[in-house]
Design a protein around this ligand. Structure first.
Ligand code: NAD
Length: 252
């Protein structure tokens, strides 16, 4: 890691971090690929596609109601990886005047709870619903069901989880692309690299001259410049603390 940090040097002005389900695994939220492509024992087609929602909205509501309940349970809290990212962003932006863009594929709110401002949730948010007609979003802490009445059109059945399902367009892509083309360092944390377009972000950043780094529990098939293996709660604090020292940002 020392050599990497020496090579990166003090020239780093812009960093993009992409997180996946692995960053929240140690907070007790199961990853997606943990059990052969099933998400908590459900097929993706049933619970994470617009067709699945059309076929059986009650099942889909129940699935996200359970995920929401787990997320809101007292025992689910951000871990050291979420906290280190929030701390680093704060000093990198305030003392180094750098640009730090945090993109997550996660639908949980653990980055926000750790103190990260302005998180890009490219796959939506569990604690929001939206009107399928107008697109208007609502905070959603309570369970949703087919009898929920939409707050904007007052119609039954128009509210859906604010989740980007397979076959739908991820959110904030223009902003993400701008950040990818101008960053000096791209870091992917706890993502299997199997869901596009996020899986291709590191290649876009690399083509535009960024150093690409992957932090993951296991080796993935992606071709990052550097890969470090281990738990996110160990790797993320140690990497960003060393990076802060090499940028002469004290008290990380
Ligand atoms: P994924 O489940 O496909 O892959 C998880 C990755 O995390 C794997 O590569 C695994 O090796 C790694 N990992 C597991 N534990 C780790 C740890 N402790 N430290 C470091 N790495 C660890 O996840 P993905 O690539 O994010 O894609 C899954 C999709 O499913 C996303 O689009 C997301 O919307 C959704 N999802 C979200 C959540 C959440 O919000 N927390 C949870 C499950 C699934």
């Amino acid at each position: 890691m020392k050599e990497l940090l020496l090579n990166l040097g003090r020239t780093i002005k812009s960093i993009v971090v992409l997180t996946g389900a692995g960053v929240s695994a140690e907070s007790g939220i199961p990853t997606f690929r943990a059990s052969d492509g099933l998400w908590e024992n459900h097929s993706i087609e049933d619970v994470a596609t617009p067709e699945g929602f059309e076929r059986n909205p009650s099942l889909v509501h129940e699935f996200y109601n359970q995920r929401r309940e787990t997320l809101l349970a007292l025992k689910t809290s951000p871990n050291q990886a979420h906290s280190a990212l929030a701390r680093f962003q704060n000093i990198f932006e305030n003392r180094h005047h750098g640009d730090f863009t945090l993109i997550t594929q996660n639908i949980d709110d653990l980055h926000e709870r750790a103190g990260s401002p302005d998180v890009i949730h490219m796959h939506g948010e569990l604690l929001q619903s939206r009107c399928s007609q107008s697109g208007l979003k609502f905070n959603q802490l309570k369970p949703l069901n087919v009898d929920s009445i939409c707050g904007c059109c007052r119609t039954l059945g128009n509210l859906r989880p604010h989740i980007v399902w397979f076959g739908e367009l991820p959110l904030e892509i223009p902003r993400i692309e701008r950040a990818l083309t101008t960053c000096d360092l791209f870091v992917a944390i706890g993502t299997s690299g199997q869901v596009y377009p996020a899986a291709g972000f590191y290649e876009q950043a690399k083509t535009c001259g960024a150093h690409t780094l992957e932090l993951n529990l296991i080796q993935t098939k992606s071709n990052f410049d550097t890969q470090l293996l281990g738990n996110a709660s160990d790797l993320v604090p140690s990497f960003f603390s060393e990076l802060a020292s090499s940028l002469e940002l004290e008290a990380f």
